[in-house]
Write a protein that binds this ligand. Structure first.
Ligand code: FES
Length: 57
């Protein structure tokens, strides 16, 4: 499912960034995938995906 419509980023891309590229927070996610750097509507959802991915590990 798409989390960030502005950049076309899906939840699986976010999970992959967390699991394989050491992304642990929104700032790092933005640096990797631009998530949240345009309209910002996706920030809450992106944070949830990061949180649940880290908990699942
Ligand atoms: Fe992510 Fe707009 S939906 S910045």
């Amino acid at each position: 499912m798409y989390v960030c419509m502005c950049y076309g980023v899906t939840d699986s891309q976010i999970r992959e960034a967390v699991n394989t590229q050491g992304v642990g927070n929104l700032r790092e996610l933005r640096a990797h995938l631009n998530v949240g750097s345009q309209c910002g509507k996706c920030i809450q959802m992106a944070q949830q995906v990061i949180d649940t991915t880290i908990i699942d590990d």
